[in-house]
Design a protein around this ligand. Structure first.
Ligand code: FAD
Ligand code: NAP
Ligand code: SF4
Length: 681
C-alpha cells in the first residue's frame, strides 16, 4: 500500500483518472495500436484475447487494437465488415473486461488506401505511393460515400462486439490522410481541391460514426500532427482539422507523426525519448478534447514528464507494452527498476510486421506468444550453471531461476552484458543500457548467484556438481586469413569500440554487417548523440519543430556533423552494403553515413594490408585504399572451447547464443533461443 501511495505521489499525472463524461479512464497510459499478426491467425480471437488480457492485467488504462479494415479493399489483414465477424472480436473484449473491468478496449479502424497491398486498393486519386505495391483505383463520388459507410458500419459492429470505442486512423499515408494532402488528392469534386473539401472525408467519417454509435462510445481520431513529408499538412491545417474533428464528435485526438513513406525516423532507437510530445502540446492548446501523444515514450518517468509539462492528456506506449506487459503495474508497485524497457530496436516488432512475420519483442520473446511460451514453475528444482552473462546467458539464467531452479551465472568480465557492453557505446544505442539494468535487477529478484570476473573451466564446473551446465560463452571475432592481418594498421572492432586502439584519419572498415555499420557510426560521429538531444536530432533529419513548415520538414538536405574522418565501408559480396540491416531501420543508418560522406563499396576482394594501406581487387582491378587504419568487422566464430572441454570430460552441457551458432546471430535470436530452452528446463 505504501508503495502505491509513493507511486501516486511520484507520478501524480500518470495515475490521475481521465473523465470523458460518459466514462472514465483509470490512468493516463494507453497501449497504442500495433498490427501484431495475431489478427490474421486461425485462432485469432483466443490469441489476441490472451495478448490483450495480459496487458490489461498489467495496469494500462486503455488498449487500442491493431488495425482492423472496414472493407475488403482496405487491407490484406483482419476485417470487421459483417455480423459474422463480430464473434471473434467478442472473445477479445470479453477477455479484456474479465481481466479488468475498468480497462477500456478500443478497436482501431484502419483503411490502408493506397498502401493496402491489393490490386483493388483505392484512394482519392490514382497516385501510387513511393512504398505502395499498386497504383490505387480512384474512387468515384459513390465510392467515397461507400467508404464512409464502411467506416460507420465497422464502428457499429465494433460496438456490438463489446468494444468501448473505436480509433479511426487518419494519418500515416492511409486512406483518410491521402484525402487531406494535395499531392495525393487531385480531385476536383467536393472531396478535393480546397482545404475544406480535402478534409471533408475525415470529418464526415467522424460525424457519421458519432451519429451511429451514440454519445456513450469512445471515438478517437488519429491525426497526422507532422507528416514529415514535403507537401504534407501545414500547421494551420492540422489545427483546423483538429477543431473540425472535435466539432464532429470525437472524444479524443491522438497525434501521429510521419507517413510511412517519409524519410525521417520517428520511433527507431536513435530518436530521442518523447521527441514529438511538444508538437502535441502545441495542438493541445488549440483544442478542447483530450490529446494523446506518442513515440519513444518508454518509461514511466518520461510519460509523467510529458503529462506534467502539459503536452498531452494521455500517453500512448505501444512497443513498451510488448517489452513488458506489466509496465504500469510495476510502476504502481514502486518496481520501476524491474521494467523490461523497450530499446526501440524494431527488430522483432516492426521489422517482423513489415516482412509478414508475427510480431514479438527482442527483449521479451513471450510477446504475442502468450498462449504457447509459458514460464511455469519447474516440477523439480535443479542446480544449473550458466557460463556467460551476455544476452543468451542472462535470458536463460533469469527464466530458469524464475521457474525455481537454483542458478549460478558466471562471466569472465567484471560486468554482465557480453557484447551489449559494446553495443551500448554506439551513438544511438544508448537504450541498450536499460536491458542490462533490467537483467541485473532480475538476477537479484530471482536469487541467482552471480560470479563476475570468473573465467570458468571444465574442471571447475565438473567439480561443482551441477545438474546442468549451459554454455553461453558467445563468440570470437573472425580474423580473415589475408596477408598483413597482423600489421599494426589492422585493428579489431572490439578494441576500437572499447577505445583501446587508435583510429587514424583515413579508415577502411572490412565488413559491412551490423557491426561494420555501427563502427562507421562511432568513428564518424561528432558531438552529442542525436538520440539524446532533440535539437541535434531535428537538425540531422531536417525537421523544423519551431516553425512547423508544411509537413514539418525543412525540405533542404540536412546537415549531419561528422568527425571529418574519411571512411570506406567494404564488403566482398556485390551490391550496396547495408541490404541485410533491419527492414525498418537499415535505411536510417545508410542515409546517416552517406550524409557524413562515408563511401560504401561492394564486390571487394581483400589482397593484403601493409604500410601503404589496404590492397584490394575491385572487378579484378587492383585498388589501393590509402588508409591509416583497417578495422576488421568480418563477422564472428562461435567460442566453444569450454563446451568442447566439457564434452571431453563427459559433462552434459547445452550450447546457446553465439556459442551455439555465430553466423547471423543477433540478440533477438540469442534471447529467444535461451528463453525457449529455459522454459523447458
Ligand atoms: P555474448 O554477448 O558474446 O556473451 C558471451 C559472454 O560469455 C561474455 O560476457 C563473455 O565474457 C563470457 N564468457 C566467455 N567465455 C567465458 C568463460 N569461459 N567463463 C566465463 N565467461 C565467459 N544485436 C542485436 O540484436 N541488435 C543490435 O543492435 C546489436 N548491436 C550490436 C552492436 C555491437 C557493436 C555488437 C558488438 C553487437 C551487437 N549485437 C546486436 C549483437 C549482440 O550483442 C549479440 O548477438 C549478443 O550479445 C550475443 O549474445 P551471447 O550471449 O550469445 O554472447
Ligand atoms: P555480419 O552481419 O554477419 O557481417 C559480417 C561482415 O563480414 C559481412 O559484411 C561479411 O560480408 C563480412 N565477412 C564475413 N566473412 C568474412 C571474411 N572471411 N573475410 C572478410 N569479410 C568477411 O556480422 P557482424 O557485423 O559481425 O554482426 C554480428 C551480429 O550482430 C549480426 O548478425 C548482426 O545481426 C548483429 N548486429 C545487429 C545490429 C543491428 O543494428 N540490428 C547491429 C550490430 C550487430 P562479405 O562476406 O560480403 O564481406
Ligand atoms: Fe521495443 Fe525492440 Fe521489443 Fe520492438 S523488438 S518492442 S523495438 S525492444
Amino acid at each position: 500500500m505504501n508503495a502505491q501511495m509513493n507511486a501516486l505521489t511520484k507520478y501524480p499525472h500518470l495515475f490521475a483518472p481521465l473523465d470523458l463524461g460518459f466514462t472514465q479512464l483509470k490512468n493516463r497510459v494507453l497501449m497504442g495500436s500495433m498490427h501484431t499478426g495475431l489478427e490474421d491467425v486461425e485462432n485469432a480471437g483466443e490469441r489476441m484475447a490472451e495478448f490483450f488480457a495480459e496487458r490489461a492485467r498489467g495496469g494500462v488504462g486503455m488498449i487500442i487494437t491493431g488495425g482492423i479494415s472496414p472493407s475488403p479493399a482496405g487491407g490484406r489483414g483482419a476485417k470487421l465488415t459483417n455480423d459474422a465477424e463480430v464473434a471473434t472480436h467478442r472473445i477479445v473484449t470479453d477477455a479484456v473486461h474479465a481481466a479488468d473491468k475498468d480497462v477500456k478496449i478500443v478497436m482501431q479502424i484502419l483503411h490502408s488506401g493506397a498502401l493496402a497491398g491489393t490490386p483493388d486498393c483505392v484512394a482519392p486519386s490514382a497516385i501510387k505511393s513511393r512504398i505502395g505495391a499498386y497504383v490505387p483505383n480512384e474512387l468515384d463520388a459513390e465510392g467515397v460515400e461507400g467508404q464512409i459507410e464502411n467506416f460507420v458500419r465497422c464502428a457499429t459492429l465494433a460496438q456490438a462486439a463489446g468494444y468501448d470505442g473505436v480509433e479511426i486512423i487518419g494519418s500515416a499515408g492511409y486512406l483518410i490522410s491521402t484525402f487531406l494532402v494535395e499531392k495525393t488528392n487531385q480531385r476536383t469534386d467536393e472531396w478535393g481541391g480546397s482545404w475544406e473539401n480535402r478534409m471533408r472525408f475525415a470529418v464526415e467519417i467522424v460525424r457519421r460514426t458519432r451519429a451511429a454509435v451514440g454519445p456513450n462510445f469512445i471515438v478517437v481520431f488519429r491525426i497526422s500532427a507532422m507528416d514529415m513529408l514535403q507537401g504534407g499538412l501545414a500547421w494551420d491545417e492540422v489545427v483546423s482539422l483538429g477543431k473540425a474533428i472535435e466539432a464532429a464528435g470525437a472524444s479524443i485526438i491522438s497525434t501521429h507523426f510521419c507517413w510511412h513513406e517519409a524519410q525521417v525516423p520517428t520511433i527507431a532507437t536513435m530518436v530521442p525519448r518523447a521527441a514529438f510530445a511538444g508538437v502535441t502540446g502545441r495542438l493541445r492548446k488549440e483544442l478542447g478534447i483530450p490529446l494523446i501523444t506518442s513515440n519513444r515514450i518508454n518509461m514511466p518517468d518520461v510519460a509523467e514528464a510529458v503529462l506534467a509539462a502539459g503536452d498531452a492528456d494521455l500517453v500512448s506506449m505501444a512497443r513498451p507494452m510488448l517489452a513488458d506487459a506489466d509496465l504500469i503495474k510495476k510502476t504502481l508497485e514502486g518496481r520501476e527498476d524491474e521494467i523490461n524497457t523497450c530499446i526501440a530496436c524494431n527488430q522483432a516488432c516492426l521489422d517482423h510486421t513489415f516482412t509478414g512475420r508475427m510480431t514479438s519483442c527482442l527483449v521479451n520473446p513471450r510477446a504475442c506468444r502468450e498462449t504457447e511460451l509459458k514460464i511455469e514453475p519447474a516440477t523439480a528444482s535443479k542446480r544449473i550453471a550458466v557460463v556467460g552473462a551476455g544476452p543468451a546467458g542472462l535470458a536463460y539464467a533469469t527464466t530458469a531461476a524464475q521457474r525455481g531452479h537454483e542458478v549460478t551465472l558466471f562471466d569472465a568480465a567484471d560486468e554482465i552484458g557480453g557484447q551489449f557492453n559494446l553495443a551500448k557505446r554506439i551513438p544511438g544505442k544508448e537504450e541498450f543500457v536499460e536491458t542490462l539494468r533490467y537483467f541485473r535487477r532480475m538476477i537479484d529478484v530471482y536469487g541467482i548467484t552471480l560470479k563476475l570476473g570468473t573465467r570458468v573451466d571444465a574442471a571447475s564446473l565438473k567439480a561443482g556438481g551441477f545438474d546442468e551446465v549451459v554454455v553461453a560463452t558467445g563468440i570470437a571475432p573472425r580474423r580473415p586469413d589475408i596477408d598483413g592481418i597482423d600489421h599494426p594498421k589492422a585493428v579489431s572492432y572490439v578494441d576500437v569500440i572499447m577505445g583501446r586502439a587508435p583510429v587514424g584519419q583515413k579508415v577502411a572498415i572490412m565488413g559491412a554487417g551490423g557491426i561494420g555499420f555501427d563502427v562507421a557510426e562511432l568513428i564518424t560521429h561528432k558531438g552529442v548523440s542525436a538520440a539524446l538531444d532533440i535539437d541535434v536530432f531535428a537538425k540531422e533529419w531536417g525537421i523544423d519543430f519551431k516553425n512547423h513548415p508544411r509537413g514539418g520538414v525543412t525540405g533542404v538536405e540536412p546537415v549531419v556533423e561528422s568527425s571529418g574522418r574519411e571512411v570506406t565501408l567494404l564488403q566482398r559480396k556485390s551490391g550496396a552494403p547495408g541490404k541485410g540491416l533491419g527492414k525498418t531501420t537499415g535505411w536510417t543508418h545508410r542515409l546517416t553515413l552517406q550524409r557524413r560522406g562515408v563511401q560504401m563499396m561492394g564486390g571487394v576482394e581483400y589482397v593484403r594490408i601493409d604500410d601503404e594501406g589496404l590492397h584490394t581487387l575491385v572487378n579484378g582491378e587492383p585498388v589501393l585504399l590509402d588508409v591509416d587504419t583497417v578495422i576488421i568487422c568480418a563477422g564472428q566464430l562461435p567460442a566453444r572451447d569450454l563446451y568442447d572441454a566439457l564434452v571431453a570430460q563427459g559433462v552434459n552441457a547445452t550450447l546457446i547464443g553465439g556459442a551455439f551458432e555465430a553466423s547471423e546471430l543477433d540478440a533477438k535470436r540469442a534471447i529467444n533461443q535461451a528463453t525457449e530452452l529455459a522454459v523447458a528446463a
